[in-house]
Design a protein around this ligand. Structure first.
Ligand SMILES: [Mn+2]
Length: 392
């Protein structure tokens, strides 16, 4: 059954109200759906507005949730706090609606500050999360999945130390329990499983294997934005805006082939959005597996099975400069709400993108944020809807 969205103009976008009606018509058991939301950064009003716009019931009310014909879960991609007006309120609302999510670099900054300051409510939270540990004698924060945070000097006042002081014990418990990755096994055999991470992954990424998952560094999970042609990771926020290196005669560098000759020390490696590289690598790998299977079914079948099992659709945030990033195998949801742009979310498994505009600019960006990827979807005439990635 083909449905079209009444919220935006995207061909692959189906509004939750229509999905709800479809579910009732088929008489299926109450379907489970997720609303995955990009970097909220203290924008509590837009957070609530996006949930309402997506058609969810009052998620703070167990009765309203039970009465809904869809079993909804709200998911965030991290960076609940910082930059915006109401950091603690966003964390509290996540608790109030049982939202799940992953740790972002700003969330980690507040936890790090609390640890350095030994805030009483933070120490109480650590006792609850790790009852056997005496945080005051042996600070545990560096052993939790919070690598990659910036340095905080004891005794100084920073944006994140102020936020940390405003957080309660339950809010610290919530932050301390945020994982670096979440994975949703797809209930639809034709739709890929979903992985949620704040910043990114470094390919090759095999989320179906514990070994592959833990080869990812926590630093990458919360901080990375780019992959370089020499294979290294870069956190730069404005990599695309940087002028390309001057062409070197005869070097053939900068072609973007990804091979990365890297022989010239004065030639900077080509930098790409990690998600673009990841998505293209997954697509190419699956295409070659399929063609190999056609050529020699006996030999290639195991390869095809591995590709089918490993390929994950990755949803992430952390990259307000690039804004909405739609690739075949990845979706970037940080559309700079705290900078006065948009808060974006996606409904799973349908992958309907839903957005609300920020009420105002809460924080001044030191970077340029006015590309097509920061405008509401329905006004982006040239944008093409990415086809949902399939397991086939
Ligand atoms: Mn971030």
């Amino acid at each position: 059954m083909m449905l079209t969205c009444d919220l935006c103009a995207f061909a692959d976008c189906v509004s939750p109200s229509q999905m709800s009606a479809a579910a009732v018509k088929t008489g299926a058991a109450r379907p489970q759906k997720y609303l995955v939301i990009g970097d909220i950064h203290g924008c509590v009003d837009e957070f609530k507005a996006l949930i309402a716009k997506a058609g969810l019931p009052d998620m703070t009310s167990p009765a309203a949730r039970a009465a809904c014909d869809i079993d909804w879960t709200v998911v965030h991609v991290g960076d609940l706090l910082g930059k915006g007006p109401a950091s603690a309120q966003v964390v509290q609302y996540c608790i109030d609606i049982n939202a799940i999510g992953v740790a972002g670099n700003h969330d980690n900054q507040a936890v790090l500050c609390a640890s350095v300051m030994a805030l009483p409510q933070y120490l109480e939270a650590v006792k609850e999360v790790t009852p056997f540990w005496d945080e005051e004698k042996r600070p545990l924060s560096h052993r939790l999945p919070y690598a990659g945070v910036g340095f905080y000097q004891a005794g100084t006042e920073t944006e994140h130390s102020k936020i940390a002081k405003s957080l309660t014990k339950p809010q610290f418990v919530y932050l301390l329990r945020l994982p670096l990755f979440l994975q949703f096994p797809s209930s639809n055999p034709d739709v890929a499983d979903v992985v949620v991470v704040h910043a990114g992954v470094k390919p090759p990424f095999d989320a179906s294997s514990a070994e592959g998952l833990w080869k990812q560094l926590p630093d990458w999970s919360v901080n990375m934005r780019n992959l370089c042609s020499d294979g290294s990771v870069s956190n730069a926020a404005n990599a695309d805006a940087a002028p390309p290196p001057p062409p070197q005669a005869g070097s053939g560098s900068g072609s973007g082939s990804g091979s990365g000759s890297g022989s010239r020390s004065d030639a900077k490696p080509v930098v790409s959005a990690w998600a673009k590289v990841y998505s293209e690598a997954v697509a190419a790998s699956r295409a070659s597996a399929v063609s190999a299977a056609a050529g020699d079914a006996k030999q290639a079948a195991p390869t095809a099975q591995i590709e089918q099992k490993q390929a994950k659709f990755i949803i992430f945030g952390h990259d307000a400069v690039r804004g909405l990033q739609r690739y075949e195998w990845a979706l970037g949801l940080d559309t700079g709400c705290c900078y006065g742009k948009l808060l974006s979310g996606v409904v799973l498994p349908e992958r309907a993108v839903i957005q609300v505009a920020a009420a105002r600019e809460y924080s001044k960006p030191n970077i340029k944020l006015d590309g097509a990827a920061h405008k509401p979807l329905q006004t982006v005439a040239s944008a093409s809807a990415a086809e949902p990635a399939t397991k086939k």
